[in-house]
Design a protein. Structure first.
Length: 270
């Protein structure tokens, strides 16, 4: 399991492109018949990819967690990317299609994935048991924002949040840009009380320029399809692609208030 250590913002200026990717980007999460995971020390978040090909795959606790089961002290969201993946948890089974989200609570003992397809996994520490719940693409709260003139016409769907699926500290949704729109999260903002991880999907062979860093000293990362990027609390997170795309945004930290952001004016970015 790849580990991404916390990075002080003052270190950013000394990192070259390769080191930036090593510190903040997770690639190659998907391989047929496997579950692959990465551990971010910022708010102890875990991201992963699972790609069942017919035979069942068990979600096991990696040795780094020092727990008997993956969800002994964690909560988990599984986001459908393609195909139809069956998820069986403690004897109950759900079908997860594209842009459906299944939430599994702390205390779940066994998780098995079957069928054919791909799901993205996001996990955060948890201290109390809530309820397992599946929210389909059509059931999620949808916000239509932006404009074609600003190249940011998009639909934001919120799944795990204060008024949706109940969680401990995980907040998760999916943003999909309309054809012809390429910008996300501009004007930018910070989450000083939370870590956020973006997972880009639907890019195909297109390229995405992801902006990060302190507002007055930004850096950029060149990302490809199904790359995930960790955004520490001191960093902005914004980007523009060479085509439209979707991205899964997931946060963990001090609270689950979706609106808890510190706005940054575009004129203040450097």
């Amino acid at each position: 399991m790849k580990r991404l250590w916390s990075t002080h913002p003052d270190d950013l200026a000394r990192l070259d492109s390769t080191e930036l990717h090593q510190r903040f980007v997770v690639s190659d999460l998907f391989a047929p018949g496997e579950v692959r995971l990465a551990y971010a020390h910022d708010d102890r978040m875990i991201v992963g990819g699972a790609m069942p090909t017919g035979d069942p795959i068990e979600l096991e606790a990696p040795t780094e967690l020092r727990s008997g089961n993956f969800l002994d002290r964690r909560e988990l969201a599984l986001v459908g990317l393609d195909g139809a993946v069956g998820v069986t948890a403690d004897g109950e089974t759900w079908k997860v299609g594209r842009h459906d989200v299944l939430y599994l609570p702390c205390g779940t003992k066994s998780v098995t994935l079957s069928g054919t397809g791909a799901v993205y996994l996001v996990s955060a520490p948890a201290h109390r048991r809530t309820a397992a719940r599946l929210a389909s693409h059509d059931e999620a709260t949808a916000l239509h924002l932006g404009s074609a003139e600003e190249a940011n016409e998009r639909v934001i769907r919120k799944y795990v949040h204060a008024d949706g699926i109940e969680s401990n500290q995980l907040v998760l949704g999916i943003t999909t840009l309309n054809q012809g729109s390429v910008w996300n999260t501009m004007p930018a903002h910070l989450h000083d009380r939370r870590t956020e991880i973006y997972f880009y999907d639907g890019l195909g062979d297109a390229l995405l320029v992801h902006l990060m860093g302190r507002p007055d000293s930004t850096r950029h990362l060149l990302l490809r399809n199904r790359d995930a990027v960790v955004s520490p609390p001191w960093s902005i997170h914004s980007g523009s692609g060479t085509s439209a795309y979707s991205f899964v945004w997931a946060m963990a930290g001090e609270n689950i208030d979706y609106t808890d952001v510190d706005s940054v004016s575009s004129g203040d970015l450097r």
